[in-house]
Write a protein that binds this ligand. Structure first.
Ligand SMILES: C[S@@+](CC[C@H](N)C(=O)[O-])C[C@H]1O[C@@H](n2cnc3c(N)ncnc32)[C@H](O)[C@@H]1O
Length: 278
């Protein structure tokens, strides 16, 4: 059994806020008054960053009165995006205390505290009542969770009947295991990639009906090529969360992750599924 503390340790540096503020200054922004646009290269910590968050939101129907759950909310970019776009309330939960503190801080700076909040906790035992959320999403989190059925059952528990679940997952491809480190794990001991078929059956066994399950490999490779072209032209990569969060480990982790995509060892997929109405 993997200790949750090993996973939180992978994401914790202790000085992340100071390094984020330094990056924002280098980018020409005042870290005391950041905008969502200034933060976007850093606070959407998943493949394709903000673009993937936008694509996920495009598939969803969310009302202003909805209460939404972000499972593994990281620095809170996706939660703030959802609240801004739909006017809904978002509760984030994440294992990594440092991420939750920074997410809360950034949310206050952006004036969203009345609608977006973060709590440190384990997605496998969430501090929420039954059937309280209209929808839930999770972006690039389940790779750290061995017991996927326990995760999906726990999300199912807190969703209202008819509630939706949107997942951006990295799943096991046909090319063998990725090399480590990757952005989500230092070694294979904290990485748990299910195949697409296992993901489907885990969700169905947990009570979800799958509405869409699609691979987003082509989009991911095109995004990587666009970002590479920017760097070759002397600019910044599109997505800078991994280099910010992982510091010295980042280059190797990003190279392994890019190789894993190219060789179909890791495959990005998007899923929308739903809890039955009764
Ligand atoms: C790659 S980051 C993604 C963060 C965020 N979803 C985003 O897209 O910006 C993975 C996150 O999952 C969180 N995580 C991993 N296992 C978890 C668990 N059992 N419960 C809650 N959060 C978890 C980590 O702390 C980390 O913040």
């Amino acid at each position: 059994m993997t200790a949750a503390s090993d996973i939180a340790a992978h994401y914790t540096s202790g000085d992340l806020l100071a390094r984020l503020e330094a990056r924002l200054r280098e980018d020409g922004f005042d870290p005391a008054h950041p905008t969502a646009e200034a933060l976007a290269p850093y606070d959407h910590f998943h493949g394709r960053g903000l673009e993937a968050t936008e694509d996920m939101a495009d598939l969803l129907q969310v009302a202003e009165t909805d209460r939404i759950l972000d499972v593994g909310s990281g620095l809170g970019g996706p939660a703030r995006y959802m609240a801004e776009r739909f006017g809904c309330r978002v509760d984030g939960i994440d294992l990594t205390a440092e991420f939750c503190a920074i997410a809360t801080h950034l949310t206050a700076l952006l004036g969203l505290t009345d609608r977006v909040s973060f709590e440190q906790g384990d997605a496998l035992a969430m501090p929420f009542g039954d059937a309280v959320f209209d929808g839930a999403y999770s972006m690039n989190v389940s790779m750290n969770i061995a017991d996927k059925r326990a995760l999906y059952r726990e999300i199912h528990r807190v969703l209202k009947p008819g509630g939706w679940l949107s997942l951006s997952e990295v799943v096991q491809g046909t090319g063998g295991a990725p090399d480590y480190p990757t952005p989500w794990a230092r070694t294979a001991a904290t990485s748990f990639l299910a195949t697409p078929a296992e993901t489907r059956s885990n969700l169905e066994a947990s009570g979800f009906a799958i509405e869409t399950l699609r691979e987003t490999m082509e989009t991911a490779l095109a995004y990587a090529a666009r970002s590479r072209a920017l760097v070759e032209a002397g600019g910044e990569p599109l997505h800078r969360a991994v280099s910010l969060i992982h510091g010295a480990l980042a280059q190797e982790a990003m190279a392994n992750s890019a190789q894993a995509l190219r060789e179909r060892r890791a495959v990005p997929i998007e899923i929308v599924c739903r809890k039955a109405r009764q």
